[in-house]
Each structure stands twice: as C-alpha cells, then as structure tokens.
Design a protein around this ligand. Structure first.
Ligand SMILES: [Zn+2]
Length: 78
C-alpha cells in the first residue's frame, strides 16, 4: 500500500508519489502533480488569451484614433 497525503487542492487523498510538497502561506502542504500541471497549463493559456485581448484592444483603439483623425481631416476641424 502506498502512503497517501491530503491534497489541499482537490480536498482528497492521493498517493504521495503523485504529489509534491508545496510551500504555501499556511505552511508546507501536499498537492497532486496533476492539479499543479493543470494550473500551470491554465495559466499559460490564460496569459496567451490575455495578450491576445490586449493586442486586439490596442488595434481597436488605434483604428478608432485613426477614424477620429481622418474625420477631423475630412471636415477641416483640427
Ligand atoms: Zn489533488
């Protein structure tokens, strides 16, 4: 039988060989590798999505700024 530890992330017990001892604010706690990997992957995907949204917002802002400039040029208002 393999030793188990309480996973603070899943709130259940896993075999220790599938877990890592993590330093948290509350002290050392066990967490399963699976949930660590899932969080890491999720963070990378979220960051990639965030960059995409930022780039899109920037492009949109530039497009609007150009429209305003073009509008002013067309009407002669500066
Ligand atoms: Zn877990």
């Amino acid at each position: 039988m393999s030793e188990t530890a309480f996973c603070y992330h899943c709130r259940t017990h896993h075999p220790k060989e599938e877990m890592r001892l993590i330093d948290t604010k509350a002290g050392k706690r066990w967490r399963c590798i699976r949930s660590i990997e899932a969080t890491k992957k999720g963070r990378v995907e979220r960051e990639a999505y965030g960059r995409q949204v930022t780039a899109m917002n920037k492009a949109e802002a530039q497009r609007k700024a150009r429209l305003v400039l073009n509008g002013r040029a067309a009407t002669g208002i500066t």
